[in-house]
Design a protein around this ligand. Structure first.
Ligand code: 13P
Ligand code: SF4
Length: 320
């Protein structure tokens, strides 16, 4: 891709081939580029690995690259740093946050946790290092059911910060969980009313949904799973039409893998592009290039905090 549009904003050389420059920098830095499925397609196309939160953290845990360029949101890059203290971890835009992480401030969560002294804390990976450090075990959307099933039935549990994933887990496993009331701003926007209309117009389409969606949307789903779970379902299915109730960035890999199948993004309630994550989309190809060229923004962490946050992530990786 040529950089014409970004010349003024970023001071890039006109007609610079960004993909080529990124590949050159990758060799120079001995870097690996990890990208989440919700990133813009042009970022996905230059990445060494595209994956869901679990796959990306598993890869970050074993990479031998010197520099990890994390095209995702802050908690994902921070997790890579927690796993790799001696490596440089770069992120294209430091402001690429997450409503779940931001909706769970450590001082408030500390007080919440103190109300349940006999409970252990299972946290969704979409949280800050401070929340991870207060947790006993971490999970992602692809291993949450498995991890929960390994915790003894008589052990009371706090689940944070996603109340929708928490409710899904309660329904799926029959366990009681004390929930922190966080939400994903993307997945809570899907409209049940419009989804029903869409199903009437496309009676053969399978509805695939992420467990961050609300129960009223999940109840219409033929399959509920993480981004990689949804992608695998599409690849293996003999069906030809799918309604996708998760961030629309995932459709890029679906179209590449299954060019003859049809993917319909589940509609949000308003006339907005609310099925695009505003945090994920802060990263652009230009910013990816610039963070590699300037070796900033970089993720840094206090070592004491890192060590405390490392333990529950390590437990998750061992159990996954
Ligand atoms: P997964 O990558 O686990 O599917 O989670 C999706 C998500 O919202 C990440 O922010
Ligand atoms: Fe966070 Fe939702 Fe964006 Fe994922 S899609 S990064 S959970 S706000």
């Amino acid at each position: 891709m040529k950089a014409d549009g970004a010349v003024k904003e970023y001071g890039l050389t006109a007609l610079m081939d960004l993909e080529e420059e990124i590949q050159r920098l990758k060799k120079d830095l001995h870097a690996v580029i990890l990208a989440h499925y919700y990133q813009e397609s042009e970022i996905q196309d230059v990445a060494d690995l595209i994956g869901d939160s679990l796959q990306l953290s598993q890869h970050a845990a074993k990479t031998n690259a010197d520099v990890i360029v994390f095209a995702g949101v802050h908690f994902m890059a921070e997790t890579a740093k927690i796993l790799n203290p001696s490596k440089q971890v770069l992120i294209p835009d430091l402001k690429a946050g997450c409503s779940l992480a931001e909706g769970c401030p450590p001082h408030q969560f500390k007080r919440f946790r103190e109300k349940y002294p006999d409970h252990i804390v299972m946290s969704y990976i979409n949280c800050s290092a401070e929340i991870k450090a207060m947790s006993d075990i971490i999970c992602t959307s692809s291993n949450a059911v498995k991890i929960l099933s390994r915790i003894p039935m008589d052990q009371p549990i706090i689940f944070a910060p996603d109340q929708n994933l928490g409710r899904y887990l309660i329904k799926k496993t029959g366990r009681e969980l004390v929930l922190w009331s966080g939400v994903c701003v993307v997945h809570e926007m899907f409209s049940e009313r419009k989804l029903i209309h869409l199903k009437v117009r496309h009676p053969g389409a399978k509805v695939l949904a992420h467990p961050e969606c609300e129960q009223r949307v999940l109840q219409h789903a033929d399959y509920v799973g993480s981004t990689s779970g949804i992608l695998n379902y599409v690849k293996q299915s003999s069906d030809g039409e799918f309604i996708i109730a998760t961030e629309s960035g995932i459709i890029h890999q679906m179209e590449k893998a299954c060019p003859n199948k049809t993917f319909i993004p589940a509609p949000p309630e308003g006339d907005c592009a609310c099925n695009e994550c505003p945090y994920m989309k802060l990263n652009t190809l230009e910013k990816l290039y610039l963070c590699m060229k300037n070796r900033t923004p970089e993720i840094t962490l206090d070592e004491g905090l890192r060590l405390r946050a490392f333990k529950p992530i390590q437990r998750m990786l061992e159990m996954s």
